[in-house]
Design a protein around this ligand. Structure first.
Ligand code: XMP
Length: 332
């Protein structure tokens, strides 16, 4: 079994790329494929790797499911165009939100998003005659955490379902594609090394991971357009503060959660009844275990002030001091 890849050498990354490209060419010869790009490291590296093997027989598509971060679509499209790869943007925001209406259960949300994602993809694929494969940026920790590992290793420690990762457990059974998952044996650090070796910019390769179901798993309870707007604004403030303070690259992830809790506050002498934002920041090397990050109090203070100042619906900010285990990194 591959170990978390800090110690992977450049030569191993090059060998991996060489073997993956020839394997993909052999197994897809004459066919075409589509890839769902999320803007995350995994799907981006998978797309670029498969693009190297298949060229224009690969159609990269990015679905705007309405659960993306602020400016995400534009950032990803321009990053791809910088690599000479044409990305098709699909606006499916209202479709996802309609299907999520009234759904509060975390696993139900994940399944709906996974299913809807595939449906939209099937519709896109139908526009590309002969698209036979669906490329996914699934990595090893997605498989282990989804319990799928049980089928291959029988290791009881790895068999418990933690949560259905969008690109593994959430797939509907009647899917029309064959899956191509070139990164499934790699850990995140190895994926980043492969990305660098493929010539991807550091700003993309070293982005914090972002889950397939997006902001939906950071809004506890029902997902609505109003809650998404609050979370998006708070996240943009947090990203800016963390980057300006030089903390971004030290953290595995750092994000806002909207726990669907409202509290009483006071602003300009008047009572407020606003939303609570929780900040989650962790240190990790592979997401299998994680420690809450010791962000300096001064920085936490600045973040809380900025969020409550710039996001008027928020009047309280808390910091999550739970490691993994017993918590997971995401709240849902
Ligand atoms: P948890 O919350 O299980 O997350 O500790 C571990 C890592 O996986 C990311 N994550 C996901 N990534 N699809 C993904 O592609 C998903 O459904 C998903 N759920 C969690 C999470 O952000 C963390 O880096």
């Amino acid at each position: 079994m591959a170990q978390p890849g800090r110690e992977w050498s450049r030569r191993q990354s090059q060998e991996f790329i060489h073997n993956a490209i020839s394997h993909i060419r052999d197994s897809t010869e004459g066919s075409s494929a589509i890839v769902g790009v999320s803007g995350g490291v995994d799907s981006t590296v998978a797309a670029v790797l498969v693009h190297r093997a298949m060229g224009k027989n690969l159609k990269p598509v990015m679905i705007d499911n309405g659960l993306l971060r602020e400016g995400e679509m534009e950032f990803v499209a321009s990053s791809f165009s910088g690599l000479g790869i044409e990305l098709k943007a699909v606006d499916a925001r209202s479709r996802f939100l309609e299907r999520l209406a009234g759904i509060a259960d975390p696993e139900a949300k994940r399944k709906i998003i996974g299913e809807e994602f595939i449906r939209v993809f099937e519709e896109e694929a139908a526009k590309y005659e002969g698209a036979r494969f669906l490329v996914q940026g699934t990595i090893r920790s997605d498989i282990v955490e989804s319990g799928a590992e049980a089928q291959t290793t029988g290791d009881e420690r790895e068999t418990r379902l933690v949560k259905s990762h969008h690109n593994v457990g959430g797939l509907p059974e009647d899917m029309d594609f064959e899956l191509l998952e070139p990164l499934r044996d790699l850990y995140k650090e190895q994926v980043r090394l492969v990305g660098e070796e493929l010539g991807l910019p550091k700003s993309l390769v070293h982005r914090h991971p972002f889950p397939g179901p997006g902001l939906a798993v950071r809004i506890l309870g029902e997902v609505t357009a109003q809650k998404l707007e609050i979370l998006r604004k708070a996240q943009a403030v947090l990203d800016r503060q963390i980057s300006e303070a030089g903390w971004y690259d030290r953290l595995w992830q750092c994000f806002c959660v909207l726990p669907n809790v409202r509290t009483v506050g006071v602003k300009e002498g008047g009572r407020t009844y606003g939303h609570l934002i929780a900040i989650r920041a962790v240190l990790s090397s592979d997401a299998m275990v994680a420690r809450w990050a010791p962000i300096p109090h001064d920085l936490l203070n600045a973040i809380a002030l900025k969020i409550t100042d710039e996001v008027p619906q928020v009047n309280r900010v808390v910091y999550d001091i739970t490691s993994k285990p017993p918590g997971t990194i995401e709240w849902e």
